[in-house]
Design a protein around this ligand. Sequence first.
Ligand code: PLP
Ligand code: MN
Length: 378
Amino acid sequence: MSLPPAQIGAPLSEIDTPALIIDLDAFERNIDTMAVAVGKLGVRLRPHAKTHKSPIIAAKQIARGAVGMCCQKVGEAEILVAGGVSDVLVSNEVVGPRKLERLASLARHARISVCVDDSIVVEQLALAAERAGSHIEVLVEIDVGAGRCGVRPGPAAAGLARQVAGSRFLSFGGLQAYHGAAQHLRTPEERRAAIAGAANATTETLRVLKDAGFQCRTIGGAGTGTFELEGASGIWNELQAGSYIFMDADYAKNVADGTRNSSPFEHALFVIATVMSTASGERAVIDAGHKALSNDSGFPAVLGRPDLRYHRPSDEHGLLDFDSAASRLALGDRVTLIPGHCDPTVNLYDWYVGVRGFNTPDARVEALWPIAARGAIT
Ligand code: PLP
Ligand code: MN
């Protein structure tokens, strides 16, 4: 693990680059805004730790009312539990005896739940929990339109629920009904239509489950792009949004709901980079390429400088073209980038540098948080 790129109390100018910055004021407002929103909707929040990979941030979300955390990987769950989180849902399919063994032994130390979409896994999970002497709650995942994991809505879910309920070491907790493909649909109308379809699929599955004698404690799903829709549906009762704490340039392209001018969340995650070459006279080369920014969902925006366009990243370099002579950057100048996609960008860094008063002359480093589950991909 690398040394932190800054010291507590340092001004922004002393943070070495590239560095991953949290604007602590905006980040805290985002956590608050979501806590108030789910309170109004009357649903539980189980935020996704795939975004931040940090038990420190998880603790802040739980302190503000979250019932526990989601994560995608057993390795992330292990680090969250070691860091003090006592209730973790792996909102994903976990396959293979080795991983199931790890999950089952983790369930001796915390309340663990997991998603399934296959009877082979239910069988192996029950065996692993029996061997570990632990208990695991299971959500049956249905495909509500994302076309990824999950059984078809309807009777298949009841079949898995019956199998789960047949094990003393497992309990049937409900449904996972996450529509990932809906999150970045750009218009509110498209997102509403997608979640309406997911709601129908979920309602139909709940009817089949009820007829088969199964109650669902949890109907989980939703992300930052659609959580208000699932939350207001009367169907979902546990929301899993993750990116809302940071927001990224991709989410900024979503057109907000008609009742509001913009997203209720603010950009709180940035990468600070330095101009390392201007030798060409036509462009600035900055020290942030693919190893400092995940560009899978589009390039970063340059904060406060719409005249600068990031492009042609290579491993260690990114280019900024100038619109005019006035836009020119000098060697050693710094720019602040809004990452295109927050989650995989976070996974590139060892440290968050938490800055208080980010947009003020008094900006100071207040926190250095390790990205503890960085690279926890098993
Ligand atoms: N729930 C699940 C199962 C996910 O896979 C994700 C993200 O991919 C989320 C919730 C959170 O979505 P977002 O970070 O867009 O809020
Ligand atoms: Mn994402």
